[in-house]
Design a protein around this ligand. Structure first.
Ligand code: ADP
Ligand code: ZN
Length: 379
């Protein structure tokens, strides 16, 4: 049986592209990808964890469709989003004689998508690229929307380019080998779309979130729930990116939970203490707590969000992170965020679940009080 993948289109005029979501897509990648290639020749970039599991299968599928492929394997982990790794990768691509009509394929999580996407944006002044995201986070967020880039000593994602893929292939089976903690971290970004502007999706997540995580359900139920949740997340992100590709307006809504989340991540040193998605989960709770405190949002919403995040096994409070935070340290980290302009922090707050909005008009005292409550310390 070959169920058709679900298709979601990112609407960007002549640069519009489909996201295909479903089971067994890697094994069918040759036929699925062929229509998007200028030449039957690709260069795959992947990491050392993903390569042993999926690279051989992908290359076999491509070969079967008459597509020639070469591959470069980089080290797994955020450290690969560096100038040094970019240089090594660009040299490898040029050594392999990529041409203007070669398509680069990013096979892996967000790190690979960001690094390989940026390499595709700059090598030979830009070649086509295709994303095959293998983490839940990448399937619902980073592989969609065309942001690519690397980290520098000044911070994360400070050098990069907008470079949209020609196609995104999300094979839900790749999540079977992903550690549960990574699945949960990706789920936080799924929940985010419900909280931003999809209240009905949020209700669905409250009923089916545990099926997406894959706990206590048969694999057919799990796969159906994952496909729906990924597709709905891609629809949500595609709608926002279609409206505002380069983040001059609506795209900032996607930062819900991130202004706070980045502060938790950066103070903890971006290590194992807190994954990006976990920090976002906690950040979303604080964004709603601040909205309630400022009487922008009815009471009880934060509690409802906390209940759901806990039900799927995500942290909902900074006290769940093995790091000692203070209000001052968090506030200073927030002021240092790259999204601060003219010394004003851009907040994403909410008037309802599914009713997020952006504002820079927030009283710092209310933010500090909300953080103090979350840390359960004196202000
Ligand atoms: P993210 O997608 O969360 O931004 P990474 O690209 O760093 O982050 O991926 C997280 C980790 O999971 C990395 O160590 C990566 O090698 C590994 N990984 C990615 N996809 C899979 C998969 N399908 N199965 C197992 N491990 C994977
Ligand atoms: Zn995020």
């Amino acid at each position: 049986m070959k169920p058709e993948p679900v298709t979601v289109t990112v609407p960007l005029g002549a640069r519009s592209y489909p996201i295909l979501i479903g089971s067994k897509l890697i094994d069918r990648a040759g036929a699925l990808i062929a229509p998007y290639l200028r030449r039957p020749r690709v260069h795959i970039v992947t990491d050392a964890n993903v390569a042993p599991i999926y690279l051989g299968r992908l290359q076999a599928a491509l070969t079967a469709a008459g597509i020639a492929s070469a591959a470069t394997v980089v080290a797994a982990g955020e450290a690969s989003k560096s100038f040094a790794s970019l240089e090594t990768l660009l040299d490898a691509l040029l050594d392999a004689r990529v041409e203007r009509k070669t398509t680069l394929i990013a096979l892996g999580g967000g790190v690979i998508g960001d690094l390989a996407g940026f390499a595709a944006a700059v090598v030979l002044r830009g070649i086509d690229f295709i994303q095959i995201p293998t983490t839940l986070l990448a399937q619902v967020d980073s592989a969609v929307g065309g942001k690519t880039g690397i980290d520098t000593r000044h911070g994360k994602n400070l050098v990069g380019a907008f470079h949209q893929p020609r196609l995104v292939l999300s094979d839900t089976d790749t999540l079977d080998t992903l550690p549960l903690r990574e699945v949960r971290a990706g789920y936080a970004e799924i929940a985010k779309y419900g909280l931003i502007d999809r209240p009905a999706f949020w209700d669905w997540l409250e009923a089916h979130g545990r099926e997406v995580i894959g706990e206590g359900v048969d694999t057919a139920t799990r796969d159906r729930a994952r496909t729906y949740a990924i597709a709905e997340s891609c629809r949500a992100k595609a709608a926002i990116v279609g409206e505002d590709e380069t983040e001059s307006g609506a795209r900032a809504l996607l930062n819900l939970g991130h202004t706070f989340g980045h502060a938790f991540e950066s103070l903890a040193g971006f290590g194992d203490a807190v994954r990006h998605g976990e920090a976002v989960a906690i950040g979303m709770v604080i964004a709603f707590a601040l909205s309630e405190r400022a009487e922008l949002c009815p009471a009880g919403r934060t509690e409802r969000i906390v209940r759901h995040l806990k039900a799927v096994g995500l942290p909902a409070s900074p006290r769940d992170i093995p790091h000692e935070y203070t209000v001052d340290a968090l506030w200073t980290a927030m002021l240092g965020d790259k999204k601060v302009s003219d010394g004003r922090i851009g907040f994403v707050l909410a008037k309802e679940i599914g009713g997020a909005f952006t504002t820079a008009d927030v009283d710092p005292a209310e933010v500090r009080a909300t953080l103090a409550d979350a840390l359960e310390t004196a202000r």
